[in-house]
Design a protein around this ligand. Structure first.
Ligand SMILES: Cc1cc2nc3c(=O)[nH]c(=O)nc-3n(C[C@H](O)[C@H](O)[C@H](O)COP(=O)(O)O)c2cc1C
Length: 244
């Protein structure tokens, strides 16, 4: 029988595998399962279809000069169509401005922590661009416990928080250290597009960077490198100004 070089190599590989299995057996340690936060991001959750983005209720010129960071919110829900408009604005900004980056494999992802959105259960979702839908990725604490998700508890009182993540590993491979700056600029543009869309719906909020990395690592597989949290936007009905 003729043994080809390829078969030879295959046998060598098999022998090596047997050796390494023996190594693992003889080490005799009980093998712990890999912790959930080191597993690939969950991508099996149910899909929730969102309505079409709500149409703007005000012109940009009418609301732009009133834009200010708002951290006090009414505890009332926003609609799913309003959330849809906020997510779509962020996604559109990135798609229109950095198409070549996305074609090159460096996308942004948009996660949505929803607490008070009509028709959307409390939870963490990934926005599915192009189909106005959310995929549920994890549960979220509600009520006073929601504050454990963010550095500033006031942002957990928002109706929803849009969290923007990016592929830092991919961007660095493409651009060197400039890749990090580029991702931050993209996240800034997307978050502010979301903010302007919210203003035009007479909603308010603030961009913020005070995210707790472990929350997204554990719940969305955001390892900080292949999926790095970049910036967030809290959206809600602003609290009424106290009477003077
Ligand atoms: C990149 C970036 C990160 C921010 N991070 C936070 C934050 O972690 N917490 C916060 O309260 N505000 C944060 N902000 C919001 C600013 O604090 C807010 O825009 C600033 O107070 C200016 O107020 P104005 O937006 O009303 O002009 C951030 C803004 C930017 C641009």
């Amino acid at each position: 029988m003729t043994v080809t070089v390829d078969e030879d190599r295959y046998r060598l590989l098999e022998d090596l595998m047997i050796d390494s299995r023996l190594d693992a057996d003889s080490a005799g340690r009980p093998l712990a399962p890999v912790p959930a936060y080191l597993l690939p991001a969950p991508d099996q959750g149910p899909i929730i279809e969102l309505p079409e983005p709500a149409a703007p209720r005000a012109g940009l010129d009418d609301v732009l000069f009133g834009r200010t960071a708002v951290r006090d919110y009414e505890p009332i829900p926003i609609t799913a169509a309003e959330l849809s408009a906020v997510c779509a604005a962020a996604e559109r900004m990135d798609a229109d401005s950095w198409a070549s980056e996305r074609d090159g494999g460096v996308g942004l992802e948009f996660y949505c922590a929803a607490w008070r959105v009509t028709g959307v259960d409390t939870g963490l979702y990934r926005y599915l661009p192009g189909r106005d839908a959310l995929r549920r990725v994890a549960s979220l604490p509600d009520g006073p416990d929601a504050a454990e998700l963010v550095m500033q508890s006031e942002f957990a009182q928002a109706a929803a928080v849009l969290v923007i993540t990016g592929n830092l590993a991919g961007s660095l491979a493409r651009h060197g250290s400039h890749g990090h700056r580029l991702l931050l600029s993209r996240a800034g543009a997307a978050a502010h597009a979301a903010w302007l869309a919210a203003l035009r719906l007479h909603l308010g909020g603030s961009v913020f960077a005070g995210l707790l990395p472990h929350v997204l690592r554990e719940r969305a597989g955001a390892d900080g490198y292949h999926r790095a949290p970049l910036l967030a936007f809290a959206v809600a009905h602003p609290a009424a100004e106290p009477a003077a």
